[in-house]
Design a protein around this ligand. Structure first.
Ligand code: HEM
Length: 306
Protein backbone atom coordinates (compact mmCIF):
# COMPACT_ATOMS: atom_id res chain seq x y z
CA UNK A 1 0.00 0.00 0.00
CA UNK A 2 1.20 3.53 -0.81
CA UNK A 3 0.02 7.02 0.42
CA UNK A 4 -0.99 7.98 -3.19
CA UNK A 5 -3.67 5.26 -3.33
CA UNK A 6 -5.32 6.57 -0.17
CA UNK A 7 -4.67 3.29 1.64
CA UNK A 8 -6.34 1.19 -1.06
CA UNK A 9 -4.72 -1.59 -3.03
CA UNK A 10 -4.07 -0.29 -6.58
CA UNK A 11 -5.67 -2.21 -9.48
CA UNK A 12 -3.31 -4.62 -11.24
CA UNK A 13 -1.41 -2.90 -14.06
CA UNK A 14 -2.09 -4.43 -17.47
CA UNK A 15 1.12 -6.02 -18.81
CA UNK A 16 1.22 -4.25 -22.17
CA UNK A 17 5.03 -3.76 -22.42
CA UNK A 18 6.16 -7.21 -23.72
CA UNK A 19 9.74 -8.44 -23.63
CA UNK A 20 11.60 -8.44 -26.97
CA UNK A 21 11.36 -11.99 -28.36
CA UNK A 22 14.59 -13.94 -28.12
CA UNK A 23 14.79 -14.49 -31.88
CA UNK A 24 14.76 -10.68 -32.44
CA UNK A 25 17.61 -10.32 -29.91
CA UNK A 26 19.49 -12.97 -31.90
CA UNK A 27 19.17 -10.87 -35.08
CA UNK A 28 16.22 -12.66 -36.73
CA UNK A 29 13.23 -10.79 -38.21
CA UNK A 30 11.00 -13.84 -37.73
CA UNK A 31 11.31 -17.06 -35.67
CA UNK A 32 14.22 -19.23 -36.92
CA UNK A 33 13.25 -21.79 -39.53
CA UNK A 34 13.87 -25.47 -38.91
CA UNK A 35 16.67 -27.01 -40.94
CA UNK A 36 17.77 -30.56 -41.66
CA UNK A 37 20.83 -31.61 -39.63
CA UNK A 38 23.28 -33.26 -42.04
CA UNK A 39 26.58 -33.29 -40.11
CA UNK A 40 27.31 -34.13 -36.46
CA UNK A 41 29.16 -31.64 -34.28
CA UNK A 42 32.29 -33.84 -34.29
CA UNK A 43 32.39 -33.98 -38.10
CA UNK A 44 31.96 -30.21 -38.35
CA UNK A 45 34.78 -29.56 -35.88
CA UNK A 46 37.04 -32.08 -37.64
CA UNK A 47 36.38 -30.42 -41.00
CA UNK A 48 37.35 -27.00 -39.65
CA UNK A 49 40.53 -28.49 -38.13
CA UNK A 50 41.25 -30.16 -41.45
CA UNK A 51 40.80 -26.87 -43.36
CA UNK A 52 43.13 -24.94 -41.05
CA UNK A 53 45.79 -27.66 -40.97
CA UNK A 54 45.62 -28.33 -44.72
CA UNK A 55 45.89 -24.63 -45.59
CA UNK A 56 48.90 -24.33 -43.26
CA UNK A 57 50.52 -27.43 -44.80
CA UNK A 58 49.88 -26.22 -48.34
CA UNK A 59 51.18 -22.69 -47.70
CA UNK A 60 54.33 -23.79 -45.85
CA UNK A 61 54.93 -26.84 -48.10
CA UNK A 62 54.55 -24.89 -51.34
CA UNK A 63 56.83 -22.13 -50.08
CA UNK A 64 59.50 -24.85 -49.59
CA UNK A 65 58.81 -26.54 -52.91
CA UNK A 66 58.87 -23.32 -54.92
CA UNK A 67 61.47 -21.57 -52.75
CA UNK A 68 63.07 -20.05 -55.89
CA UNK A 69 60.06 -17.74 -56.49
CA UNK A 70 59.57 -14.29 -55.04
CA UNK A 71 56.18 -15.18 -53.56
CA UNK A 72 57.73 -18.13 -51.68
CA UNK A 73 60.28 -15.80 -50.11
CA UNK A 74 57.52 -13.37 -49.02
CA UNK A 75 55.34 -16.24 -47.77
CA UNK A 76 58.10 -17.94 -45.81
CA UNK A 77 58.96 -14.57 -44.19
CA UNK A 78 55.36 -14.44 -42.99
CA UNK A 79 56.01 -17.79 -41.28
CA UNK A 80 59.28 -16.48 -39.80
CA UNK A 81 61.67 -17.78 -42.48
CA UNK A 82 62.13 -21.07 -44.34
CA UNK A 83 63.28 -22.96 -41.26
CA UNK A 84 60.36 -21.96 -39.08
CA UNK A 85 57.99 -22.60 -42.03
CA UNK A 86 59.29 -26.18 -41.75
CA UNK A 87 58.35 -26.23 -38.03
CA UNK A 88 54.88 -24.85 -38.78
CA UNK A 89 54.58 -27.60 -41.41
CA UNK A 90 55.43 -30.28 -38.87
CA UNK A 91 53.03 -28.84 -36.28
CA UNK A 92 50.16 -28.69 -38.81
CA UNK A 93 51.01 -32.24 -39.91
CA UNK A 94 50.72 -33.44 -36.30
CA UNK A 95 47.31 -31.74 -35.98
CA UNK A 96 46.15 -33.35 -39.23
CA UNK A 97 47.33 -36.83 -38.19
CA UNK A 98 45.55 -36.49 -34.82
CA UNK A 99 42.39 -35.35 -36.64
CA UNK A 100 42.61 -38.38 -38.91
CA UNK A 101 43.05 -40.77 -35.95
CA UNK A 102 40.01 -39.23 -34.18
CA UNK A 103 37.96 -39.79 -37.35
CA UNK A 104 39.05 -43.46 -37.53
CA UNK A 105 38.18 -43.98 -33.84
CA UNK A 106 34.77 -42.39 -34.51
CA UNK A 107 34.24 -44.79 -37.43
CA UNK A 108 34.88 -47.75 -35.10
CA UNK A 109 32.50 -46.30 -32.52
CA UNK A 110 29.76 -45.72 -35.11
CA UNK A 111 30.25 -49.21 -36.51
CA UNK A 112 29.70 -50.73 -33.04
CA UNK A 113 26.83 -48.42 -32.10
CA UNK A 114 24.82 -48.19 -35.32
CA UNK A 115 25.73 -51.08 -37.61
CA UNK A 116 27.21 -54.02 -35.71
CA UNK A 117 29.46 -55.19 -38.56
CA UNK A 118 31.78 -53.51 -41.06
CA UNK A 119 29.87 -55.25 -43.86
CA UNK A 120 26.58 -53.66 -42.79
CA UNK A 121 28.26 -50.27 -42.50
CA UNK A 122 30.15 -50.38 -45.80
CA UNK A 123 27.33 -51.81 -47.91
CA UNK A 124 24.44 -49.83 -46.36
CA UNK A 125 22.66 -46.97 -48.15
CA UNK A 126 24.74 -44.33 -46.29
CA UNK A 127 28.09 -45.93 -47.01
CA UNK A 128 30.96 -43.85 -48.41
CA UNK A 129 32.01 -46.83 -50.55
CA UNK A 130 31.10 -46.68 -54.26
CA UNK A 131 28.20 -48.89 -55.39
CA UNK A 132 26.15 -49.57 -58.53
CA UNK A 133 23.92 -46.52 -57.94
CA UNK A 134 26.99 -44.26 -58.07
CA UNK A 135 27.87 -45.58 -61.52
CA UNK A 136 24.25 -45.05 -62.66
CA UNK A 137 24.28 -41.53 -61.12
CA UNK A 138 27.57 -40.72 -62.84
CA UNK A 139 26.21 -41.77 -66.25
CA UNK A 140 22.93 -39.96 -65.53
CA UNK A 141 24.83 -36.81 -64.57
CA UNK A 142 26.85 -36.85 -67.80
CA UNK A 143 23.56 -37.09 -69.73
CA UNK A 144 22.08 -34.27 -67.63
CA UNK A 145 25.10 -32.07 -68.41
CA UNK A 146 24.28 -32.29 -72.12
CA UNK A 147 20.52 -32.02 -71.67
CA UNK A 148 19.81 -35.67 -72.49
CA UNK A 149 18.13 -36.67 -69.22
CA UNK A 150 16.90 -35.58 -65.77
CA UNK A 151 19.23 -34.80 -62.85
CA UNK A 152 19.97 -38.07 -60.96
CA UNK A 153 18.08 -38.66 -57.72
CA UNK A 154 21.08 -38.38 -55.41
CA UNK A 155 20.98 -39.99 -51.97
CA UNK A 156 22.90 -39.14 -48.81
CA UNK A 157 26.28 -39.00 -50.60
CA UNK A 158 26.86 -38.15 -54.26
CA UNK A 159 29.59 -40.01 -56.16
CA UNK A 160 31.85 -36.93 -56.15
CA UNK A 161 31.46 -36.52 -52.38
CA UNK A 162 32.49 -40.15 -51.95
CA UNK A 163 35.47 -39.58 -54.24
CA UNK A 164 36.61 -36.55 -52.19
CA UNK A 165 36.26 -38.56 -48.97
CA UNK A 166 38.18 -41.59 -50.23
CA UNK A 167 40.87 -39.30 -51.69
CA UNK A 168 41.63 -38.11 -48.14
CA UNK A 169 42.38 -41.72 -47.09
CA UNK A 170 44.69 -42.13 -50.09
CA UNK A 171 46.30 -38.74 -49.45
CA UNK A 172 46.82 -39.36 -45.74
CA UNK A 173 48.43 -42.72 -46.47
CA UNK A 174 50.78 -41.49 -49.21
CA UNK A 175 51.51 -37.92 -48.04
CA UNK A 176 51.46 -38.84 -44.35
CA UNK A 177 53.80 -41.84 -44.60
CA UNK A 178 56.30 -40.08 -46.88
CA UNK A 179 56.10 -36.95 -44.70
CA UNK A 180 57.00 -39.03 -41.64
CA UNK A 181 59.96 -40.48 -43.59
CA UNK A 182 61.20 -36.95 -44.30
CA UNK A 183 60.68 -35.99 -40.68
CA UNK A 184 62.40 -39.02 -39.12
CA UNK A 185 64.88 -40.29 -41.74
CA UNK A 186 67.25 -41.76 -39.09
CA UNK A 187 64.52 -44.06 -37.78
CA UNK A 188 63.25 -45.16 -41.22
CA UNK A 189 66.73 -45.85 -42.59
CA UNK A 190 67.33 -48.32 -39.75
CA UNK A 191 65.23 -50.70 -41.84
CA UNK A 192 64.96 -49.05 -45.30
CA UNK A 193 67.72 -48.16 -47.81
CA UNK A 194 68.78 -44.49 -47.75
CA UNK A 195 67.81 -43.79 -51.35
CA UNK A 196 64.14 -44.33 -50.38
CA UNK A 197 64.27 -40.98 -48.56
CA UNK A 198 64.94 -39.29 -51.92
CA UNK A 199 62.05 -41.21 -53.44
CA UNK A 200 59.86 -40.22 -50.48
CA UNK A 201 60.71 -36.54 -51.11
CA UNK A 202 59.57 -36.78 -54.73
CA UNK A 203 56.38 -38.69 -53.86
CA UNK A 204 55.55 -36.36 -50.94
CA UNK A 205 56.15 -33.25 -53.00
CA UNK A 206 54.23 -34.33 -56.12
CA UNK A 207 51.34 -35.96 -54.26
CA UNK A 208 51.03 -32.78 -52.17
CA UNK A 209 50.91 -30.76 -55.39
CA UNK A 210 48.18 -33.03 -56.76
CA UNK A 211 46.15 -32.85 -53.51
CA UNK A 212 46.46 -29.07 -53.32
CA UNK A 213 45.53 -28.61 -56.99
CA UNK A 214 42.56 -30.98 -56.66
CA UNK A 215 41.13 -29.58 -53.44
CA UNK A 216 41.48 -25.93 -54.39
CA UNK A 217 39.87 -26.40 -57.81
CA UNK A 218 37.65 -29.50 -58.18
CA UNK A 219 36.57 -29.75 -54.51
CA UNK A 220 35.93 -26.00 -54.32
CA UNK A 221 33.92 -26.09 -57.53
CA UNK A 222 31.81 -29.10 -56.47
CA UNK A 223 31.02 -27.71 -53.04
CA UNK A 224 30.74 -23.95 -53.52
CA UNK A 225 30.91 -22.87 -57.12
CA UNK A 226 28.43 -25.16 -58.89
CA UNK A 227 25.26 -23.22 -59.75
CA UNK A 228 23.07 -24.88 -57.07
CA UNK A 229 25.48 -23.88 -54.27
CA UNK A 230 27.12 -20.67 -55.53
CA UNK A 231 28.66 -18.65 -53.95
CA UNK A 232 29.13 -20.72 -50.77
CA UNK A 233 27.68 -23.81 -49.13
CA UNK A 234 27.97 -23.52 -45.34
CA UNK A 235 26.46 -26.94 -44.50
CA UNK A 236 29.76 -28.48 -43.35
CA UNK A 237 30.17 -25.64 -40.81
CA UNK A 238 26.59 -25.20 -39.58
CA UNK A 239 25.79 -28.89 -40.08
CA UNK A 240 22.36 -27.75 -41.35
CA UNK A 241 20.61 -27.18 -44.65
CA UNK A 242 17.12 -26.02 -45.64
CA UNK A 243 14.64 -28.83 -46.19
CA UNK A 244 13.77 -27.41 -49.67
CA UNK A 245 17.46 -27.61 -50.54
CA UNK A 246 17.58 -31.22 -49.34
CA UNK A 247 14.54 -32.02 -51.51
CA UNK A 248 16.21 -30.49 -54.58
CA UNK A 249 19.79 -31.62 -54.04
CA UNK A 250 19.39 -35.07 -52.42
CA UNK A 251 15.83 -36.17 -53.32
CA UNK A 252 16.50 -39.88 -52.62
CA UNK A 253 17.69 -39.04 -49.09
CA UNK A 254 14.67 -36.80 -48.50
CA UNK A 255 12.28 -39.53 -49.70
CA UNK A 256 13.98 -42.07 -47.44
CA UNK A 257 13.63 -39.76 -44.40
CA UNK A 258 9.94 -39.21 -45.16
CA UNK A 259 9.37 -42.94 -45.73
CA UNK A 260 11.06 -43.84 -42.40
CA UNK A 261 9.27 -41.01 -40.58
CA UNK A 262 12.65 -39.71 -39.32
CA UNK A 263 12.72 -36.30 -41.00
CA UNK A 264 11.13 -34.52 -38.03
CA UNK A 265 13.63 -35.85 -35.48
CA UNK A 266 16.50 -34.61 -37.66
CA UNK A 267 15.35 -30.98 -37.72
CA UNK A 268 16.86 -28.19 -35.64
CA UNK A 269 16.52 -24.37 -35.60
CA UNK A 270 18.85 -22.52 -37.95
CA UNK A 271 21.74 -20.59 -36.42
CA UNK A 272 21.30 -16.82 -35.88
CA UNK A 273 22.45 -14.54 -38.75
CA UNK A 274 25.56 -13.42 -36.83
CA UNK A 275 26.80 -17.03 -36.63
CA UNK A 276 26.10 -17.47 -40.36
CA UNK A 277 28.09 -14.29 -41.09
CA UNK A 278 31.12 -15.45 -39.07
CA UNK A 279 30.97 -18.84 -40.80
CA UNK A 280 30.78 -17.21 -44.23
CA UNK A 281 33.76 -14.98 -43.40
CA UNK A 282 35.78 -18.07 -42.42
CA UNK A 283 34.67 -19.95 -45.55
CA UNK A 284 35.51 -17.05 -47.86
CA UNK A 285 38.92 -16.65 -46.23
CA UNK A 286 39.70 -20.35 -46.77
CA UNK A 287 38.46 -20.35 -50.38
CA UNK A 288 40.39 -17.15 -51.18
CA UNK A 289 43.64 -18.52 -49.71
CA UNK A 290 43.16 -21.77 -51.63
CA UNK A 291 42.58 -20.01 -54.96
CA UNK A 292 45.63 -17.77 -54.32
CA UNK A 293 47.76 -20.90 -53.72
CA UNK A 294 46.62 -22.35 -57.06
CA UNK A 295 47.46 -19.10 -58.86
CA UNK A 296 50.89 -19.01 -57.18
CA UNK A 297 51.60 -22.63 -58.16
CA UNK A 298 50.60 -22.00 -61.80
CA UNK A 299 52.77 -18.88 -61.86
CA UNK A 300 55.74 -20.79 -60.40
CA UNK A 301 55.38 -23.69 -62.85
CA UNK A 302 54.69 -21.65 -65.98
CA UNK A 303 56.73 -18.46 -65.55
CA UNK A 304 59.37 -19.10 -62.90
CA UNK A 305 60.30 -22.77 -63.47
CA UNK A 306 63.93 -23.66 -62.76
C1 HEM B 1 50.20 -35.01 -42.88
C2 HEM B 1 51.41 -35.37 -42.76
C3 HEM B 1 52.61 -34.62 -43.32
C4 HEM B 1 53.86 -34.72 -42.81
C5 HEM B 1 54.27 -35.58 -41.64
C6 HEM B 1 54.72 -33.87 -43.59
C7 HEM B 1 56.07 -33.68 -43.38
C8 HEM B 1 56.93 -32.98 -44.18
C9 HEM B 1 58.31 -32.76 -43.93
C10 HEM B 1 59.06 -33.25 -42.71
C11 HEM B 1 58.81 -32.03 -44.95
C12 HEM B 1 60.24 -31.50 -45.09
C13 HEM B 1 60.19 -30.09 -44.58
C14 HEM B 1 61.53 -29.42 -44.49
O1 HEM B 1 62.39 -29.72 -45.31
O2 HEM B 1 61.64 -28.57 -43.60
C15 HEM B 1 57.73 -31.78 -45.87
C16 HEM B 1 57.85 -31.11 -47.06
C17 HEM B 1 56.77 -30.77 -47.87
N1 HEM B 1 55.44 -31.01 -47.60
FE1 HEM B 1 54.72 -32.12 -46.10
N2 HEM B 1 53.97 -33.24 -44.56
C18 HEM B 1 52.67 -33.67 -44.42
C19 HEM B 1 51.58 -33.27 -45.18
C20 HEM B 1 51.66 -32.41 -46.27
C21 HEM B 1 50.54 -31.90 -47.02
C22 HEM B 1 49.06 -32.23 -46.72
C23 HEM B 1 51.05 -31.11 -48.01
C24 HEM B 1 50.33 -30.31 -49.05
C25 HEM B 1 49.12 -29.98 -49.06
C26 HEM B 1 52.48 -31.12 -47.88
C27 HEM B 1 53.34 -30.48 -48.74
C28 HEM B 1 54.70 -30.50 -48.65
C29 HEM B 1 55.59 -29.94 -49.62
C30 HEM B 1 55.17 -29.29 -50.95
C31 HEM B 1 56.89 -30.09 -49.15
C32 HEM B 1 58.18 -29.64 -49.81
C33 HEM B 1 58.71 -30.81 -50.60
C34 HEM B 1 59.87 -30.37 -51.48
O3 HEM B 1 60.85 -29.88 -50.90
O4 HEM B 1 59.74 -30.51 -52.69
N3 HEM B 1 52.82 -31.91 -46.81
N4 HEM B 1 56.59 -32.36 -45.36
Amino acid sequence: MTPETGGQTPPPVAKTARRTPRFVEAGWHEPPRLQYVRFSRLNRVLHVVMIVSFLSLALTGMSLKFSYTQWAVVLSHMFGGFESAGYVHRFAATVMIIMFIIHIVDLFRRKNREFGTWKAMLTGPHSMVFNAKDLADFIGNMKWFVGKGPRPQYGRWTYWEKFDYIAVFWGMTVIGSTGLMLWFPEIFTLVLPGWLINVATIIHSDEALLATGFIFTVHFFNTHLRPEKFPMDTVVFTGRMDVEELMDDKPAEYNELVRNGTLQENLAPAYPPIVERVIRAFGWTAVTIGICVVVMIIYAMVFAYR
